[in-house]
Design a protein around this ligand. Structure first.
Ligand SMILES: [Zn+2]
Length: 265
């Protein structure tokens, strides 16, 4: 409603006429929020008895606010604690896996590197846990905030990577692997999870990629006792290009996350 509502409509609105359709009511209320003149017209159109009642209610509410307890502060800490409590067990699991991979590598130096084989998928489940609609009790609250979507997803993902990457770096340093062979696959798979997550939900994308990588690469490598070519020295440019493409895709398709929030989960 760009122009002011007619005096007739204002008086029907003020007297609670039930014949006014919903769309007109919405437009009317949206207009009233921005137009002081029309608010005055509505006030004038309300009958004196109701005006009296409204004045008394307003007085009561003001008195209640003045004497009541101070409003609770923002509940940021609580929500953060909720996310942390959900993610920490998964981060601990990731840490244990990395530790076990290092021990395995020390004990069986002739076997393919478990540190390199696990690096791509180690951050995926903590990322899924940080962003699962199913396990987030504050989901509805988060979904209604303007920061929901890509920005919040990236922040939570970076927090997970900030914990996982140093652990992987330590493991790779201890076992003598080049950073390009664990860091780039790790980033590529994380970006792949976010990209696919926009379509299927982050948790499904993370679980799907973890299973696919384990079945297609980890198990065959262990069975044949050979590290695949894609985790050997010459493969890093492929991983670099793939990572750049997937990060670009995530940023371009940011609207997917805005639309689904954490995914359809
Ligand atoms: Zn107006």
């Amino acid at each position: 409603m760009n122009t002011h509502p007619s005096p007739d409509l204002i008086s029907r609105y003020a007297t609670g006429d039930t014949d006014v359709d919903e769309a007109t009511l919405w437009a009317m209320e949206a207009h009233l929020e921005t137009c002081a003149d029309c608010r005055d017209h509505v006030t004038a159109a309300i009958d004196p008895g109701t005006q009296d009642l409204l004045a008394r209610v307003a007085e009561g509410v003001s008195a209640g606010i003045a004497t009541g307890p101070a409003p609770a502060g923002p509940r940021r800490r609580l929500r953060r604690t909720g996310v942390a409590a959900r993610v920490l067990p998964w981060l601990a699991t990731a840490g244990l896996l990395i530790g076990a991979a290092v021990i395995f590598e020390r004990l069986f130096p002739e076997m393919p590197s478990l540190v390199l084989l696990l690096a791509p998928v180690v951050p995926l489940l903590p990322v899924a846990a940080a962003w699962s609609r199913r396990t987030d009790p504050a989901w509805e609250l988060v979904a209604s905030m303007p920061r929901t979507g890509l920005q919040l997803l990236l922040r939570r993902t970076l927090s997970v990577l900030a914990a996982v990457i140093p652990a992987l770096a330590l493991a790779a340093w201890g076992t003598g692997h080049s950073p390009a062979l664990w860091l780039l696959p790790c980033l590529a798979f994380t970006a792949g999870t976010l990209a696919l997550g926009g379509l299927f939900g982050i948790d499904r994308a993370a679980i799907g990629l973890t299973i696919a990588w384990s079945a297609a690469v980890v198990v065959p490598s262990m069975v044949t006792a050979r590290l695949p070519a894609l985790l050997s020295g010459g493969s890093w440019p492929v991983w670099a290009v793939l990572t750049a493409l997937l990060v670009g895709l995530v940023l371009v398709r940011g609207a997917d996350h805005r639309r689904f929030g954490a995914g359809k989960g």
